[in-house]
Design a protein around this ligand. Structure first.
Ligand SMILES: *[C@@H]1O[C@H](CO)[C@@H](O)[C@H](O)[C@H]1NC(C)=O
Ligand SMILES: *[C@@H]1O[C@H](CO)[C@@H](O)[C@H](O)[C@H]1NC(C)=O
Ligand SMILES: *[C@@H]1O[C@H](CO)[C@@H](O)[C@H](O)[C@H]1NC(C)=O
Ligand SMILES: *[C@@H]1O[C@H](CO)[C@@H](O)[C@H](O)[C@H]1NC(C)=O
Ligand SMILES: *[C@@H]1O[C@H](CO)[C@@H](O)[C@H](O)[C@H]1NC(C)=O
Length: 406
């Protein structure tokens, strides 16, 4: 594979090479005391009467804008609190003034606002994202019954969106029910099907995830490794009607956040199934990413957006891709490809360095700025809850691998 030939260990400009690991040092901001301070301050705003969830900030002062729970992003802040619990375990006093169990209790409290969504939600396929804090809870081995029920109900809701003629789960609802819309982001929501399969032994859920991924591999991914945001299928015939964009620059461009979801999603599918085509797809999408990253390392909101006027960055896409590259590195390692694993790890750290340097904002409520929520509706240059989430996750991942110190 091409990635192996491209192997380089050159540290990113301005960072120090760590003699111990051979990798560049990750940015010091990952473990700044501000991480725990800001997250705790936001966590203290929970209202049990009328829970509201931070999604993105304004562009000027970086203050969170709050939304009702019925949004695809509601799970990220609770899951961030679980990630802080993990960080406490990894980093001790460097992860805030409260204990691990206090972080986890905050995560549980924040999750409760999502429970009504088990019976009614408008988020469609994004029940997978809503499941994050409940999957975090179960990963602790607690067998918490609320979390078990949430995972199973959200998985059932996603499975109910599967159409065997199309072979996919429906992402977005549309006024014409025969217009069956699938977005690349949907690859991220498949994890809840595996989590529920593990709890119930229902293998149909896995088969749905595999069918969805097989179709996505064929119809969303271009020969050059870039991706379409949206594929419209005809739900009656299963035929592809359109390959297009919603949040990207154009139908033929590659929207960076969608590309990041795809790399993560296919690496994750390989982890669960060991189907080699998924690993190859994740590699191909990663190769596109690396090839199209500008020399300054800053990830634009769309890889094909014009350079003038200056195109806004999307730090959230960079953070998701950092986690995706680390997950891909794990998969390479699992098949004995040590060189490939080091290659993706190195690319992840370089990306984290360049984009943290751009986006870190001590004075904002979010950790990072320079996120693009949705550029076609002019929502750019904000902090974003999932950008911060993947930033914290990347820090945890690197500490766990011995590639960073708290
Ligand atoms: C289980 O998790 C829910 C939130 O998802 C929380 O309200 C409840 O207290 C937890 N139960 C235990 C025993 O920790
Ligand atoms: C397994 O899950 C599918 C999708 O939710 C459902 O239709 C089916 O009834 C389940 N099977 C069993 C044995 O519960
Ligand atoms: C899907 O195909 C059916 C049967 O050919 C047709 O009636 C319907 O208009 C098509 N839907 C779309 C969205 O193209
Ligand atoms: C990053 O955000 C700052 C303002 O917060 C803005 O001035 C700058 O142009 C942005 N850079 C990019 C590459 O988006
Ligand atoms: C970013 O959003 C602003 C409005 O919030 C808009 O005026 C501008 O055109 C957007 N930038 C680009 C390059 O699309």
């Amino acid at each position: 594979m091409a990635p192996l030939a491209l192997l380089v260990f050159a540290p990113a400009a301005g960072s120090v090479s760590s003699a111990a690991t051979g990798f560049a040092s990750p940015p010091a901001e990952l473990f700044s005391p501000l991480v725990a301070q800001k997250v705790l301050k936001t966590a203290q705003a929970f209202s049990s009467q009328a829970p509201q969830y931070p999604q993105y900030t304004d562009r000027v002062n970086g203050k969170w804008i709050w939304f009702s729970p019925d949004q695809w992003t509601a799970g990220f802040f609770p899951s961030t609190l679980y990630a802080m619990g993990e960080r406490k375990r990894l980093c001790g006093a460097r992860a805030g003034s409260i204990s691990e169990s206090q972080w986890l209790d905050l995560g549980r409290t924040w999750s409760t606002g999502e429970i009504p969504l088990e019976t009614h939600t408008g988020v469609g396929h994004d029940v997978g994202f809503l499941s994050y804090p409940f999957m975090d809870e179960l990963a602790l081995g607690t067998k918490n019954v609320t979390a078990v029920e949430a995972v199973n109900k959200f998985a059932t809701a996603l499975a109910a969106r599967f159409n065997p003629t199309v072979g996919c789960t429906r992402s977005w609802d549309s006024s014409d029910p025969t217009d069956f819309q699938v977005i690349i982001d949907n690859m991220m929501n498949l994890e809840v099907l595996f989590a529920s399969e593990a709890l119930t032994g229902n293998h149909t859920l896995r088969q749905i995830a595999i069918s969805h991924s097989d179709k996505t591999m064929v119809n969303h991914i271009r020969p050059d490794g870039g991706s379409y945001h949206v594929v419209d299928y005809n739900s009656t015939t299963g035929a592809v009607i359109h390959q297009r964009t919603s949040q990207g620059f154009s139908d033929s461009s590659t929207w960076s956040r969608g590309q990041a979801w795809g790399i993560y999603g296919f690496a994750n599918m390989y982890k669960h199934t060991r189907k080699f085509a998924y690993l190859q797809t994740a590699r191909k999408m990663a190769a596109y990413w690396i090839k199209n990253t500008p020399s300054d390392g800053i990830i634009p909101w769309d890889f094909n957006a014009p350079l003038s006027p200056p195109r806004p960055a999307d730090s959230s896409a960079a953070m998701i891709a950092t986690s995706a590259f680390l997950l891909l590195a794990d998969q390479e390692h699992s098949i004995g490809n040590v060189v490939g694993s080091a290659y993706y790890t190195n690319e992840a750290i370089k990306m984290l360095n360049a984009n943290t340097k751009l986006a870190w904002r001590p004075e904002w409520e979010s950790l990072l700025a320079n996120g693009t929520v949705n550029n076609p509706v002019q929502n750019n240059l904000t902090g974003i809850v999932y950008g911060d989430y993947f930033f914290i996750k990347a820090g945890n991942e690197l500490v766990s691998r011995g590639l960073a110190h708290c």
